[in-house]
Design a binder for this molecule. Structure first.
Ligand code: NI
Length: 393
């Protein structure tokens, strides 16, 4: 059996490469569904290492690489997401985003670098590969419908027995990992409302259908759904996050559009909220004589870690001999890794990237977000130890 120290050695030796990849991705971020250059870079690295892959899986930028061992064994998949966010970077890093208004603020640069590190290490140490290892580079995690659904339809999980993925966590110190068995990331759905009236003069709301007051009332009604209509022991969040309407200070707008997100842990709660939001809007419209159109969009399902694979993650942390594995709290954040877990057993865990030397621990999706790159070593060790644990039996 390979020792924890040996695996650590492999991961440490791979660190400069992973750092180089991560910095390249960080400097050249691309938005969801537009990961053209990112995909080309990954393909070039895989080609250079002689790792076989399929490109254009589920969309132009999806990549599935495979390494087959000489010995029989299970088919274990690992996944990294590739997209960045529409945020203007303010970190002042030497490898800050070279693209105005686009930033890897969710650590997906880190995820790709760690997965390339895993692919290279296992390619170099083919004697440890039993069965097949699958590396899924998934485009568009941030924006529903997300890349996972089309990559699965295109067959990225065909023959896969189990799947693992990881996400950076700025609340966990670098070198630590976190996991939770069962449901731990929320389902995320969205809603869109258009409120219509005939428009009118701001001086005479009594002669118009007041879309503005309807929108305000609708938002307040919507905010009462969770507090008044949902069992407090259930988890639910509704946030109206978009409001568009009006071009002049003295004209009642003809249309006001609202958009928001719904986070839940149970399908029936989401369905209930879907109907109640429409009721809330309808009630507001009937007060002011306005009309509405309403659209609910199903997003990512709830992410549920399996018992056995969660135990594998914990065991892998133990085998590293130094990565502390914390039990983390459930979150209302969504993640389309959930779609893979609907198809095959697996687990999604967190990798710490916090370091006091980087200053304040800014959250994900923040323009100042920074990740301690030494977390890449722990991420690679974890992937390797998970792989070894899965193939040793
Ligand atoms: Ni993310």
């Amino acid at each position: 059996m390979v020792t924890g120290n040996q695996v650590r050695g492999w991961a440490e030796r791979k660190f400069p490469k992973m750092q180089e990849y991560r910095r390249h991705f960080h400097e050249n971020p691309e938005l969801s569904f537009q990961e053209k250059e990112t995909s080309a870079y990954i393909r070039a690295v895989l080609e250079q290492r002689g790792i076989l892959f399929e490109a254009g899986v589920g969309g132009p930028w999806g990549i599935v690489a495979r390494i087959k061992g000489d010995q029989p064994g299970p088919c274990i998949a690992f996944r990294a997401d590739m997209d960045a966010l529409g945020i203007r970077e303010e970190t002042n890093l030497s490898f800050s985003s070279a693209r105005e208004g686009v930033m890897h603020a969710c650590g997906h640069d880190f995820h790709m670098a760690a997965l390339l590190g895993l692919a290279e290490t296992l390619q170099e140490k083919r004697e440890f590969v039993k069965g097949t290892v699958v590396f899924i580079f998934q485009f568009a995690e941030e924006i529903p419908p997300g890349g996972a659904v089309s990559m699965i339809e295109a067959g990225c999980l065909d023959g896969v027995d189990r799947i693992y993925g990881a996400h950076v966590d700025p609340q966990l110190p670098a070198g630590e990992v976190g996991v939770l068995e069962g449901a731990y990331m929320a389902a995320s759905d969205s809603f869109f409302v258009d409120i219509r009236g005939g428009g009118g003069h701001g001086s005479c709301p009594y002669e118009a259908q007041d879309t503005m007051t309807t929108a305000a009332t609708a938002i307040l009604n919507i905010n009462q759904i969770v507090s008044r209509l949902i069992d407090p022991l259930e988890s639910a969040v509704i946030s109206t996050c978009q409001i568009h309407g009006g071009v002049s200070y003295n004209v009642i707008p003809a249309v006001i559009s609202l958009g928001g997100t719904i986070r839940t842990y149970k399908r029936e709660t989401a369905d209930f909220i879907r109907d109640e939001i429409e009721q809330a809007v309808k009630a507001a419209c009937s007060m002011y004589g306005t009309e509405y159109s309403y659209r609910f969009e199903r997003g990512y399902p709830c992410l549920c870690n399996r018992e056995r694979e969660t135990a594998v993650v914990k065991k892998a942390a133990e085998r590293t001999g130094h990565c502390r594995c914390r039990e983390i709290r459930p979150t209302m954040v969504g993640e389309d890794f959930a779609r893979y877990l609907e198809k095959v057993p697996g687990a999604f865990f967190r990798v710490g990237v916090q370091n006091e030397k980087l200053g304040a621990a800014y959250p994900l999706h923040h323009s100042h977000f920074q990740a301690d790159e030494t977390g890449l070593i722990a991420a690679l060790e974890m992937f390797l130890q998970i792989y070894l644990a899965e193939t040793e039996q």
